[in-house]
Design a binder for this molecule. Sequence first.
Ligand code: CA
Length: 238
Amino acid sequence: MGPVHVLLVEDDPSIASSLSDSLRGAGYTVTHVATGQAAIEAELGDVVLLDLGLPDMDGYDVCRAVRAVSDVPIIVITARGEELDRVLGLELGADDYVVKPFGFRELVARIRAVTRRWQAASNVSGATGDESDDVLAVGPLRIDRRTHRATLDIEGTVTELALTPKEFELLSFLADDPGAVRTRIDIVEHVWDSNWFGPTKTVDAHVAGIRRKLGNASWIEAVRGVGFRLEIPTEAGE
Ligand code: CA
């Protein structure tokens, strides 16, 4: 496998040049663009590092535009820590984030985690195998790990859920053992990895995103002080 190709979207020249140098020094290939428009037109590579504060476009719109055409991992760089729920949730579909100022080692850990997971997912989807092992069915919910698709069958109408890669992993992890409680730590280690230094609040933001997409919050029950479990709602819809 060749070097990981990073698309860096950052308008601040000093941050962009020091980050590009550090990334190249760490063995990455880097394409740097300074505007949202250039980001949308650029080759996306293996991971996108996206500064939200761009001169020509709202970084949120850039994130959405990238996600509309690709599942490439997106790590948002933000100075706006209070809006992380929005960054990671339904609207944008970013995979992870770092808050300015951040350490280079922290960033590299995040890049490794998201690209590893993405490559694992692509390898799985390219493999041939016994499909039944790859499909989890929980009531009307069907999760196919081979094709990386989750669908919901409501009274015969099948809807595909537009989950981010992390949301897919989290939902699969819960669906692997419906009714069982998964602790936040278990979830973080399974869905992110053990190098994760972020707040476990990220788990809650992802759970909120999945609940919205499932259209019924009671699919995922919060067990106070412990974690979460997946359950078929007694009534469909809200
Ligand atoms: Ca900026």
